[in-house]
Ligand binder design. Sequence first.
Ligand code: CDT
Length: 312
Amino acid sequence: MARLLKVAAAQLGPIHRAEDRTSVVNRLLDMLRQAHGAGCKLVVFPELALTTFFPRYWMTDQAEVDTYFEREMPGPETRPLFEEASRLGMAFYLGYAELTEEGGAAKRYNTSILVDGGGRILGKYRKVHLPGHAEHLPEAPFQHLEKRYFDVGDLGFPVWRACGGVLGMCICNDRRWPETFRVMGLQGAELIALGFNTPSRNIFHDEPVHLRMFHHLLTMQAGAYQNGTWVVAAAKAGREDGHHLIGGSCIIAPTGEVVARALGEEDEVIAFDCDLDVGDYVKRTVFNFDKHRRIEHYRRITEQVGVRPPSG
Ligand code: CDT
């Protein structure tokens, strides 16, 4: 018998800088209810889903930066989401900027949580692959200051038993790195949820816009297939105060095929009935890790960061 889990990716259209948390949470609530109406048990919301994509702005006043961060989860503005999800029996993934204290020092992470159908936080992930730069680039059309505003995630890539399967999380730029998927694949991940904010321009290189969407899909489709897992990806899309983010929220099967995809760049819910057993044949055959992995040849992956070409 198929192990079915109906899942939604809830894409957010733009959140302008002036939009407040309560308004955003109301948008999330609308999509949560839509997903529930469609029979879903799990809904995936985007990365940094409560605010505009603030790493595009150069800010020197830490108090201003901290207005984009959550000190508690749930907090007063986000509690209605937890309460409604629990009333509906819906699990969800939510991305947000987390401000916490460790050993007397403030720490800031680009975080996602997995909340179960009873409104309890089951798992937390903190983004490992922070893209962009830490210094001001006045010549660039906009900034990408994740390396300035966030600490590198310290929780690794765990997976959790949830919603009848083995679920993992990652965030945006993580999807471009095969290691992200493989570490979760090695723990038997059956579904990986991820949120993203991907500007349609690469500030470091004049890259055609169509390649942004191509690489977004390419990396997730490869990650899904090579690890026999579903991937559910939710965008924040559209033009935020004039700055464009690609859409392309989608659900990808363990075969690597895109089975559902958002049409536009506004708030939009897409859903698919995922059979969590579909990945089994991939895991038993081509990507049977026990049989075929050759870890004696993979040492460079954990011992070396940059490229070292041969001398001469
Ligand atoms: N949010 C995020 O991680 N965005 C990156 C942009 C990369 S270009 C600096 C992404 O991988 O989509």
